[in-house]
Design a protein around this ligand. Structure first.
Ligand code: HEM
Ligand code: CA
Ligand code: CA
Length: 297
């Protein structure tokens, strides 16, 4: 079973080493927190929170185009290497991924969250599992709710965890279908739920380079705060799936509450984040503790 401070006896420095690694990596590279947080989402939604996303090789999850824009792997590997020095073959990579995401939020100014540990590392990682489980930016609210519910997560968890888009960055192809440039070079909105001037800014940013990334939250791009929900209220959600939360009665009220009260966002984040970090966790012989995070033992 998972428990708080699972490694208290077997590896008391584990959480400290992860936190330190995440802190130092984030201060030298401010793109790290967003990467580590998204990595947990993509791990937990495919085969559960079992570090299946870290396995390298032909045909693994990591090789799927749906995971092509993930990052932060080297930070996980660094934390694992530090931990192996003190307590070999004891701390799972799945726990390191979850702890690193937790610490990334804290490093970006977000809430401190206590999470249970004791996850086991999965032995299966198949590319074909990725796209059926990861939510695409063209999903309707109903499809998002179904996807979350299939992982034991509620509508509230969907709205609260989407608040992760208060940090990090995205490639233009994830949202540039929402507008286009007409023959005169002017903006033509395709998705009417998007603010005109924001769309114009995005269009211009994206036309300068196709591999460019844009901040998910242009107001406070590297700060984990409730600005994401204020952006949604202003029709400045980056993805259609972000805007959709404002367009439906089932979620609009939650967005407004979270936009007006950061402390309540942080409180709900703690709850929903713990739930996300426990999706489909493996126990006993269903899993193992990997020696190296990028390959099964
Ligand atoms: C609800 C449906 C969601 C959709 C459709 C979605 C989609 C996306 C997409 C397309 C990107 C841009 C990737 C790129 O182009 O590099 C992105 C970035 C990101 N997502 Fe989500 N996401 C969702 C939920 C979540 C959740 C639940 C979390 C974590 C709890 C999360 C955390 C992030 C973070 C932190 C980034 C920035 C990554 C970086 O800076 O490298 N997302 N998301
Ligand atoms: Ca997984
Ligand atoms: Ca922010």
């Amino acid at each position: 079973d998972l428990s708080f401070n699972f490694y208290a006896g077997s590896c008391p420095v584990a959480e400290f080493l992860v936190r330190n690694t995440v802190r130092s990596a984030s201060s030298s590279d401010p793109t790290i927190p967003g990467k580590l947080l998204r990595l947990l989402f993509h791990d937990c939604f495919v085969q559960g929170c079992d570090a299946s996303v870290l396995i390298q090789g032909n045909g693994t999850e990591r090789s799927d185009p749906g995971n092509a824009s993930l990052g932060g792997f080297s930070v996980i590997e660094r934390a694992k290497n530090a931990i192996e020095v003190f307590c070999p073959a004891t701390v799972s990579c799945a726990d390191i991924v979850a702890l690193a995401a937790r610490d990334a939020v804290e490093a970006a100014g977000g809430p401190v969250v206590e999470i249970p540990t004791g996850r086991r590392d999965g032995k299966v990682s198949v590319a074909a599992d990725v796209r059926p489980n990861i939510i695409d930016t063209d999903f309707s609210l109903d499809k998002m709710i179904d996807a979350f519910s299939s992982k034991g997560l509620s509508i509230q968890d969907l709205v609260v965890l989407s608040g992760a888009h208060t940090i990090g960055a995205s490639h233009c192809n994830a949202f540039d279908g929402r507008f286009k440039r007409d023959s005169k070079g002017n903006l033509q909105l395709i998705d009417a739920s998007l603010d005109n001037s924001y769309a114009e800014t995005l269009m211009n940013q994206c036309s300068s380079s196709s591999s460019l990334t844009v901040s998910n939250d242009p107001e406070t791009s590297s700060r984990f705060d409730n600005q994401y929900y204020r952006n949604l209220e202003a029709h400045k959600g980056l993805f259609q799936t972000d805007s959709a939360l404002m367009e439906d009665d089932r979620t609009r009220k939650m967005v407004e509450d979270l936009a007006s009260d950061e402390e309540s966002f942080f409180e709900r984040w703690r709850e929903s984040f713990v739930k996300l970090s426990m999706v489909g966790v493996k126990f006993g012989e269903d899993g193992e503790v990997r020696r190296s995070c990028s390959s099964v033992n």
